[in-house]
Design a protein around this ligand. Structure first.
Ligand code: GAL
Length: 686
């Protein structure tokens, strides 16, 4: 899967954050090193945005300050990821190369003044990036403190300018070979859009009315591939300069997605993720689990948490406090699910610049704060988790029975305009399913279409709107050989060129599912309907319904209310030795959970620890070389009694005869391979 075939093992859990010495006077560097040692920080990410300090004028490099900063770190025993600072070209660069500035879909050429302002396909930008990567690798590629390369920062700027136009056309030539193929794939006969020459094709720039959906999705695929080539070019420079340190680039998990992560992961030694909470309620922990499961799956094993919020959560224009217990719980949550690190943005909160109100491990106020005390406490905890980072000799770092299909195509397709409903988002549907499974105590992997399914019992296919024949065959063969497949609405409606497959929805999957939808019937906002079954509780649905006709499937739930009363809404078909479910409607979150409870019972899949999740205790087993580690993160309200065969590495408590785990707190219990006592968790009895 990845550039390196060995799981990423940095030799310890990495702890620290972004450190930007060029933004501070030298006396602050000295204080930083003292405070890092106090907090047991062992790794920082250096200089993701320091291009202007490293190359203040074209071809004039100033590495002296970085030599000194790295020397200070190394003397203190602190390692570093060295970033290539190419996400933020300096003003001199864009004045010298105005053609390397990005153009928006509306035709506005952006100017410098912020960050990420580059036209990814501009030759001058690309060669400047290669030069920068090469210079850094030649100087620091064998540095003893170098833990890895952090290429660029959060690739993601989409350019619609002349270089993108040119790049898009050659990408399309590669893909379609002939214009006839392309015209057929995009259906350009509609609205007289037939292309008679490759030069007539434009990116999806502002136009009078709706653009072509096939073109829109292809442009997003192209943009991801173009950014990936830029990243691979930098990696080639690092390698040819003789540096063999692990390479990563940090993915983001925001409300937008401009990368196709599986193909990117192939070129990296390890995947890293920047994860910013989008809630300050218990939903935050569900989000931690979701981000971690994605990162572990993309990385095909251990991964790096490169950034998380430090002492605040930025939300809807407010900087809310991140409570100490949440900081500890979430940091352990990432590690439980395979992270080899606990890193923050950033080490010291900035006092100037655009992000002066983003928090740091060292807040503006200084070390005598609850925020910094939490960072020190977290450092102590992480030092106690000595063996956790050791990759298991074989098998996955976290074992999952359930795999959820993830592909950027699904995300991009649901963002094309004029679908039957604009209320449904790819991320919304995937998160709802993941949240429900987590609340039932189930750990999930995400999986690329057509990847190996050997270790899974249940395959979930949510909202994968474009689907090729190979993917449909892969899903079907999993069911035929005894697996359980659960497909949701808005999957398999179109081919990968975004052409609808006629003859009853979802064209690609209706034979497998044993149904045919006669019409798609999105609901008005605010409408809620009820489903009923003999097998489970009533369910509530909103936003989306379909008129489903049964072929070989049976109805599990039917509509109790609304215009489709009596019609099937959730179906189940026997396929070879397995089962295929179809969820044709959008469930409210509590109903989603109730349905998954039923599907899990039907499939015979049990939670990691029976009884933990209903009490608010998230239980995840991380496998390591010599033992398993049971992580318990308690976000519930009631203290619990725990019995488990081993010591809690955080408190030192031996849980083999039972002990208390207070609401809000965490335990990491080392379970030896031959442990006999079963784990049990129940509400505390005083
Ligand atoms: C990240 C980025 C950091 C910082 C942080 C807080 O996405 O990598 O440099 O900007 O967000 O906004």
């Amino acid at each position: 899967m990845k550039g390196s075939t060995r799981p990423f093992d940095p030799g310890r859990l990495l702890y620290g954050g972004d450190w930007n010495p060029d933004q501070w006077p030298r006396e602050v560097w000295l204080e930083d090193i003292d405070l890092m040692q106090e907090a047991r920080v062992n790794t920082v990410t250096v200089c993701p945005f320091s291009w202007a300090s490293l190359e203040p004028a074209e071809g004039r490099y100033e590495f002296g300050w970085l030599d000194d900063a790295l020397e200070l770190l190394t003397r203190a025993g602190i390692g570093f990821f060295l970033a290539t600072p190419t996400a933020s070209p300096p003003p001199w660069f864009t004045l010298a190369h105005p053609d390397a500035l990005p153009v928006t879909a509306d035709g506005v050429r952006l100017r410098h003044g912020s960050r990420d302002t580059y036209a990814i396909a501009a030759p001058s930008y690309r060669s400047a990036c290669r030069r920068m990567a090469r210079s850094l690798a030649e100087r620091y590629g064998l540095h003893p403190g170098l833990r890895g390369w952090h290429v660029h920062n959060e690739y993601g700027t989409i350019d619609y300018g002349p270089y993108a136009e040119r790049g898009f056309r050659s990408w399309l030539k590669q893909k379609y070979a002939t214009l006839d193929e392309l015209n057929a794939a995009w259906g350009t006969a509609f609205w007289s859009q037939r292309y008679g020459s490759w030069d007539e094709i434009l990116p999806p720039v502002a136009t009078q009315y709706l653009p072509n959906p096939g073109l829109v999705v292809d442009f997003r695929r192209y943009s991801s591939d173009e950014m990936r080539s830029a990243c691979l070019e930098q990696i080639a420079q690092l390698r040819s300069a003789g540096s063999h340190a692990p390479v990563t680039t940090n993915f983001m998990l925001p409300d937008w997605n401009n990368l196709e992560q599986w193909s990117w992961a192939d070129g990296l030694d390890v995947v890293s993720l920047d994860h910013y909470l989008d809630s300050a309620t218990a939903e935050a922990e569900a989000h931690v689990a979701y981000g971690s499961d994605l990162a572990r799956s993309w990385s095909n094993g251990p991964w790096i948490l490169m950034e998380q919020n430090a002492t605040q959560i930025k939300l809807d224009g407010r900087a809310l406090p991140k409570e100490p217990e949440r900081t500890i719980r979430d940091s352990l949550g990432y590690i439980a699910r395979g992270s080899q690190s606990c890193m923050f943005f950033q080490w010291r909160a900035s006092t100037a610049g655009a992000e002066q109100w983003h928090s740091g491990m060292v807040p503006h106020v200084g070390k005598d704060t609850e925020g910094f005390r939490t960072i020190v406490h977290l450092g102590e905890i992480l030092e106690r988790l000595e063996e956790v980072h050791l990759p298991p000799a074989d098998g996955p770092v976290v074992k999952a029975d359930v795999a959820i299909v993830w592909h950027a195509d699904g995300w991009w397709a649901l963002e094309t305009p004029d679908l039957p409903s604009s209320d449904i988002t790819y991320r919304g549907e995937l998160r709802a399913i993941h949240r429900a499974l987590r609340a039932l105590g189930i750990v999930t992997d995400f999986i690329a279409p057509c990847a190996c399914l050997e270790s899974y019992r249940l395959l979930v296919v949510p909202c994968l709107y474009p689907m090729d024949e190979r993917t449909a065959a892969w899903i079907e063969s999993f069911a035929r050989s005894g697996g359980t497949v659960v497909v949701t609405y808005l999957s398999g409606l179109a081919d990968s060129a975004m052409r609808i497959l006629p003859g009853g929805y979802p064209g690609r999957l209706r034979d497998l599912l044993g149904i045919s939808s006669q019409s798609l019937r999105p609901l008005q906002p605010g409408t809620q309907l009820i489903l009923r079954s003999e097998l489970g509780p009533d369910l509530e649905v909103t936003d989306w319904t379909e008129h489903v006709r049964l072929n070989t499937a049976q109805a599990v739930y039917s509509f109790l209310t609304g215009p489709l009363t009596g019609s099937p809404a959730i179906t189940r078909a026997t396929v070879g030795a397995g089962t295929a479910w179809y969820i044709s409607t959008h469930l409210t979150q509590s109903s989603e959970q109730a349905l998954w409870n039923l599907i899990l019972r039907d499939t015979g899949i049990d939670p990691t620890i029976v009884g933990a999740a209903p009490l608010g205790v998230e239980a995840v087993v991380r496998r390591s070389r010599d033992a398993d580690f049971l992580f318990l993160m308690h976000d519930g309200d009631v203290d619990v009694d725990v019995t488990a065969p081993g010591p809690d590495l955080i408190s030192g408590n031996d849980y083999s005869k039972g002990g208390l785990l207070a609401a809000g707190s965490c335990a990491v219990i080392r379970i030896a391979p031959d442990a006999a006592t079963a784990v049990s968790i129940s509400a505390h009895k005083p």
